[in-house]
Design a protein around this ligand. Structure first.
Ligand code: GN1
Ligand code: MG
Length: 363
């Protein structure tokens, strides 16, 4: 995309200073992200083209983000913190809207770039895992009393019952003609179906409560200051009502993996229990007082649940012909499926230890 086009989009928003340059940033699977640098002392910004195929109602999603960040901002101010650095600030358009729709129908949104901040691609030390756990724990704590209804940005995002509806349809449709070659992988999913639905039933009956959660808790979604303390959680597209456990499980899935999410060398993939312990300690240091006993009881299981769901989502996208996740090569989603399955097996074999660690840090 030529810069003129990006410049004309940026011009729709209320910025503090003139733009010096606009450059691509990061490697998300879903949106396209740009850093907008301004001239002089004015703030810099993040510009994103939101993926409207995945986020079917971008204005409603932006409204969620706005409500949640304003709630957190009040908490930060009351605690004497810095409201421009400890929470994201959404930038409005000149028409007072939270996003801009261009002539092609694409949605764009901006927020203030938080300078002098650090992000990490991997949570590879216990100290960093502890901090990450604190970050997500604090984010959830700040929203524990958030009472307004939130729009469901992606239907049934971590709801395995809904995922099975999609799954059954995908297998039947066999859009890419791949189902015939995937009997082993399909069995991985089917053999755990009852166990996973059993867990989700506890959410459906209210035994595990719904709360406001982030839903994409990888370490790169936390900003740290230059001293290594958590500033705030970013990438709020999927903030919606879910269970606290899903955030915990997704962080464990992404933090503790000794390999890459799409590792071709499966022997490199496993769950590092030391990193699990550190994350759990950091998370429970913030949430110990506000989680119910049922949430604590199922916390360790949530890592298996979310990792299973990720195996499932990559495999389903492969079956559907790679329409959801960006892929770098044709078999990418299948490689991801195998790597996440190896991680799931590693969690299953260390499950008793995981439960012990949660129990030791629960009270
Ligand atoms: C997607 O694009 P990114 O990295 O924010 C996905 C997550 C997956 C993750 C797997 C909205 O996140 O749910 O866990 O890829 N986000 C969405 O890496 O589907
Ligand atoms: Mg994301």
């Amino acid at each position: 995309m030529v810069n003129e086009k990006l410049q004309s989009i940026v011009d729709q928003f209320v910025l503090e200073g003139p733009v010096a340059e606009i450059k691509p940033l990061g490697a998300g699977f879903i949106n396209d992200t740009f850093k907008v640098n301004t001239i002089g002392d004015a703030s810099d910004y993040i510009l994103q083209r939101k993926n409207k195929t995945i986020f079917t109602d971008v204005p409603a999603m932006m409204n969620n983000i706005c409500m949640v960040t304003e709630h957190i901002r009040r908490k930060v101010i009351n605690a004497g913190g810095d409201p421009l650095r400890e929470v994201l600030t959404v930038v409005k358009t000149k028409n007072g809207k939270l996003c801009y729709q261009d002539a092609e129908g694409e949605y764009w949104a901006m927020c203030v770039f938080i300078g002098h901040s650090v992000t990490y691609e991997r949570a590879d030390s216990p100290a960093l895992c502890y901090k990450g756990g604190q970050g997500i724990g604090r984010f959830q704590s700040q929203l524990v009393d958030f009472a307004q209804p939130l729009f469901e940005t992606i239907k049934g995002f971590h709801n395995i019952r809904w995922r099975f509806v999609q799954w059954d349809e995908s297998l039947k449709a066999d859009k890419a003609g791949r189902v015939g070659c995937l009997s082993k992988e399909i069995e991985w999913i089917n053999s755990r179906r009852d166990e996973m639905l059993g867990f989700w039933q506890k959410v459906e009956t209210g035994e595990i409560p719904m709360r406001v959660t982030h839903n994409d808790t990888k370490i790169s979604n936390i900003l740290f200051d230059e001293q290594g303390e958590v500033l705030c959680v970013i990438d709020l597209d999927t903030v919606m009502s879910s269970t606290s456990l899903n955030d915990f499980g997704d962080a464990v899935r992404s933090y503790t993996n000794t390999g890459a999410e799409d590792d071709k060398e499966l022997d490199k993939v496993s769950m590092n229990i030391e990193l699990f312990k550190a994350y759990t300690e950091g998370y429970l240091s913030e949430r110990r007082a506000t989680l119910t006993s049922s949430e604590k009881e199922w916390l360790a299981f949530s890592a298996r649940y979310i990792t299973y769901e990720q195996v499932f989502r990559f495999l389903m996208d492969y079956i559907d012909g790679d329409t959801y996740y960006k892929i770098a090569y044709p078999e990418h989603n299948l490689v991801r499926t195998h790597a996440q399955y190896r991680l799931l097996q590693s969690m299953e074999s260390q499950y008793e230890e995981m439960c012990d660690i949660v129990r030791q840090n629960s009270y």
